[in-house]
Design a protein around this ligand. Structure first.
Ligand SMILES: [Zn+2]
Length: 298
């Protein structure tokens, strides 16, 4: 469907201006002339607008067809792709593949706006950081990831949300719950004191009592247990476990984007959704991406 950059730019302009192009300069609605590299010329005043300015595609030298192909792989492969695999599959440089994936992850976070509600399980899990030599094992540290999972009646899981937190204190965990779970929801947690103040914020806290005989986690907290084991499998399988703490949140966003759309029948819809977000997401700078994106600013 997208043989050249011009076709890609047309598609992006449809997503960006769903009600038709309106010239940013003379404000007249019209059908613009499509030039190369996503430039649109207003037929009335000849103002040159850019479909990619102010989006995640802004100022990249990578062609739009390459971006589109990357978006297609990311959304159609069941588990997404690592930069290494994308490099091999598309024949692009590792650097371009890596940057592209990180920009897509920034676009993915914007899709997760609506708070979870109803019955929600919340717990923390540990993931291992890569060591200084890129290997896990001795000398490596653990990162804590807070997970919230909507529990459906009579069974099954709804949506998830995840956050990399510095520690398991109330100061770290309560803001997470308040951001991602709607007040009035029933929040199931273990007996950890960090969650004691949940009722102050309008939640009904349900404490899961672990019997001394030790119910296995998949019985007492089936939602977070399942999601955390799938997440770890994804890290190890797709990404060979090499995830630095700087980028952990980015990966959690990608995982969440895919998990929350796991029942979507059409992969093409996922592709469209990602590009829809890409044209309304401000570009992340190279520094943002290298040093870890400031997710609170999104
Ligand atoms: Zn104009």
């Amino acid at each position: 469907m997208f043989p050249d950059d011009r076709t890609c730019a047309c598609y992006l302009s449809l997503l960006r201006w769903p009600d038709g192009f309106v010239c940013p300069s003379c404000k007249i609605a019209s059908t613009p002339w499509n030039e190369s590299r996503g430039r649109l010329t207003c037929p009335t005043c000849r103002h040159e607008a850019s479909v990619t300015a102010g989006t995640i595609f802004d100022k990249t030298r990578t062609s739009l067809t390459t971006w589109f192909e990357g978006a297609w792989h990311v959304t159609t492969a069941k588990n997404g792709m690592s930069a290494k695999t994308l490099e091999r599959t598309m024949g692009i440089s590792y650097k371009v593949a890596w940057m592209m994936l990180h920009r897509f992850r920034v676009a993915m976070v914007n899709t997760e706006r609506k708070q979870l509600s109803g019955n929600v399980e919340v717990d923390e899990t540990y993931v291992y950081d890569e060591g200084p030599d890129g290997k896990r094992g001795r000398g490596t540290t653990k990162s804590i990831v807070a997970i919230a999972v909507e529990m459906m009646a009579p069974k099954g899981f709804g949506r998830v949300r995840m956050r990399y937190v510095p520690d398991a204190s109330g100061k770290s965990l309560l803001p997470f719950v308040r951001d991602v779970v709607a007040p009035g929801s029933v929040v199931r947690t273990d007996g950890w004191k960090a969650y004691n103040r949940l009722p102050d914020y309008g939640y009904t806290r349900e404490i899961v009592v672990l019997s001394s005989s030790g119910d296995p986690a998949h019985v007492s907290m089936p939602g977070v247990h399942r999601v955390s084991s799938l997440l770890k499998r994804w890290f190890l399988g797709t990404h060979q476990g090499s995830i630095s703490p700087n980028h952990l949140q980015s990966y959690l966003e990608e995982y969440t984007f895919r998990f929350n759309r796991r029942t979507s029948k059409s992969r093409g819809l996922l592709f469209r959704r990602l590009l829809e977000q890409a044209v309304v997401t401000n570009p992340a700078t190279m520094a943002d991406i290298i040093h870890g994106y400031d997710w609170k600013s999104v």
